[in-house]
Design a protein around this ligand. Structure first.
Ligand code: NAP
Length: 256
């Protein structure tokens, strides 16, 4: 396939590399900032472009991988005919693309991507949705070339998955960041806690998370919880989070 990438960030970079590896050709990389378009085009081929009117017409696939809030605006500037166009967002409805082409869909990779970290794309769950069963079949076929984990999901289910992913990944990682700061404030090395983080993630490969919970809130260790609250008394944001999460855990595990 001849592919036009609209976006040059984390997802565009990983998707472009996976498509290239599967034998597809990147013909254009459009991005708002020329240096970003050029960086990705240098890595995967294609012409770096910042003027949307100069994007190649008649390619086989157009992939919008930009910030969610700008997908609609970008789509409204594209006037394709019967060329296939997809976006890669977890939460934006498929219909956002209905004015851009008669053939549209969603190609959402359910993984966390950072540009400079390698990901084995074969293990990335790809969630696809097409505007017709034929388009869905085409996207399923393309997705199967890139990954061994492919699923068809409508926009409502994809939204649910994305919210779940925000809890499981984005919020969890933010907890790691808070814990990094707590340790740094005491001149303690983040390395100390890395094995705990690894085991927490490893455990839920075998147990369900509801069974894997540990800690003072689960045990209702009131003295420890009070000590922790005292420790955090000068950090109101952390204290608020600690109290809120502790309350949620206690309520979640309350006997019926
Ligand atoms: N990161 C993930 O783990 C992940 C996973 C699954 C799906 N997604 C989805 O993939 C899409 C891209 O996410 P990402 O993480 O790759 O984003 P990203 O790395 O932050 O890159 C954002 C892209 O959006 C462009 N952009 C930002 N503001 C813009 C604006 N006002 N107008 C036009 N373009 C703008 C940037 O262009 P310039 O750099 O040229 O400014 C860049 O190409 C999103 O829909 C996201 O929900 C992300």
């Amino acid at each position: 396939m001849r592919v036009v990438l609209l976006g040059s960030g984390n997802v565009a970079t990983h998707l472009a590399k996976a498509l290239q590896k599967a034998g597809h050709e990147i013909v254009d990389v459009w991005s708002r900032r020329v240096e970003h378009a050029s960086r990705l085009a240098n890595a995967v081929g294609g012409v770096p472009i910042t003027d949307i009117r100069k994007v190649t017409t008649g390619a086989d696939l157009y992939i919008i991988a930009v910030k969610d809030d700008t997908i609609a605006e970008l789509a409204s500037q594209l006037h394709l005919q019967n060329e296939l166009i997809v976006h890669t967002s977890g939460s934006i409805h498929i219909n956002v693309l209905e004015t851009a082409s008669t053939v549209y869909g969603v190609f959402y990779p359910l993984q966390t991507f950072s540009k400079n970290r390698e990901v084995n794309f074969k293990d990335v769950t790809l969630c696809v949705e097409g505007c017709t069963p034929e388009v869905t079949a085409k996207l399923l076929s393309l997705a199967s070339q890139l990954s061994g984990k492919v699923v068809e999901l409508n926009s409502e289910k994809r939204m649910a998955i994305h919210v779940a992913a925000v809890f499981a990944c984005n919020f969890t990682n933010f907890m790691y960041a808070l814990s990094q700061k707590l340790l740094a404030d005491q001149n303690l090395d983040f390395e100390l806690i890395r094995p705990l983080i690894l085991e927490t993630a490893a455990k839920v490969q075998e147990l369900m998370p509801v069974e894997a919970q540990t800690g003072p809130a689960l045990r209702k260790d009131a003295i420890t919880i009070k000590e922790h609250r005292d420790f955090l008394k000068n950090q109101p944001n952390l204290l608020r989070l600690y109290e809120e999460l502790t309350k949620e855990i206690v309520n979640f595990y309350k006997p019926l």
